[in-house]
Design a binder for this molecule. Structure first.
Ligand code: G6P
Ligand code: MG
Length: 220
């Protein structure tokens, strides 16, 4: 059976995607760029600076912002985001996740976190989940954002598990692509996800027997 499960954070462990959206929308509006929910879907799993690049491109303003101006916009977005995170606690853990983490730990299955968010450690702490994870990728050390497999390969290495022995769980297309490119098997949460080994509507459906059934139905 599988030796590890590696989780994305935003949209899998807790639903912060709408807070990223609100913060980006306000920052983008400040420089005359409108973004909607459909555009926001393309920012899921994408690092802060890469998200800003996409927003500037979307607004046709990429050439107008140099590195310093971009750093200021990214800092502004993050300040808003951190404000929106205030009050985050265990109640914000998505359905089924606490139970799944508990069941995986009981079975000795390694648990990893693969989030490109620099806020991930603070969010896990606010949710009271830090000690649940055997290894969390340090996003500040990554060279490439999802859909590059680097983050999932780093998580597998940190857990000392071969990618072929691991399942990744993601809510973003870039994340599913990253898992697949790493040689892991992918579980998608939500709709409009292409290429996932298994797609579920909600984290509430996640449990160990379901993951075991998924693992055994598609042998490598
Ligand atoms: C996650 C989210 C993205 C976000 C990224 C960086 O991957 O899905 O929307 O841009 O983290 O988050 P940060 O907290 O570092 O700005
Ligand atoms: Mg996500």
């Amino acid at each position: 059976t599988f030796a590890a499960v590696i989780f994305d954070l935003d949209g899998v462990i807790t639903d912060t995607a709408h807070l990223h959206f609100q913060a980006w929308q306000a920052t983008a509006a400040g420089i005359g760029i409108a973004i909607d929910a459909a555009f926001n879907a393309q920012l899921k799993g994408i690092s802060r600076m890469d998200s800003l690049e996409r927003i500037l491109q979307h607004g046709g303003k990429a050439a107008r912002y140099d590195a310093d101006a971009r750093a200021r916009l990214a800092a502004q977005k993050n300040a808003r985001y951190v404000e929106l995170l205030a009050g985050l606690d265990r109640r914000a853990i998505l359905p089924g996740i606490s139970e799944l983490l508990e069941a995986l730990a009981q079975r000795g299955i390694a648990i990893g976190l693969a989030s490109v968010s620099l806020n991930a450690p603070a969010i896990l702490a606010a949710l009271g989940l830090t000690s649940r994870f055997n290894y969390c990728v340090d996003a500040s050390r990554l060279r490439r954002t999802k859909p590059d497999p680097e983050i999932f390969l780093t998580a597998c290495a940190g857990l000392q598990v071969a990618p072929a022995q691991a399942i990744g769980i993601e809510d973003a297309q870039a994340g599913i692509d990253a898992i697949n490119a790493s040689g892991m098997r992918s579980v998608g949460i939500g709709s409009d996800l292409q290429g996932a080994g298994l797609v579920l509507d909600s984290t509430a459906q996640l449990n160990v027997p379901l993951l075991q059934a998924f693992w055994s139905t598609q042998p490598r």
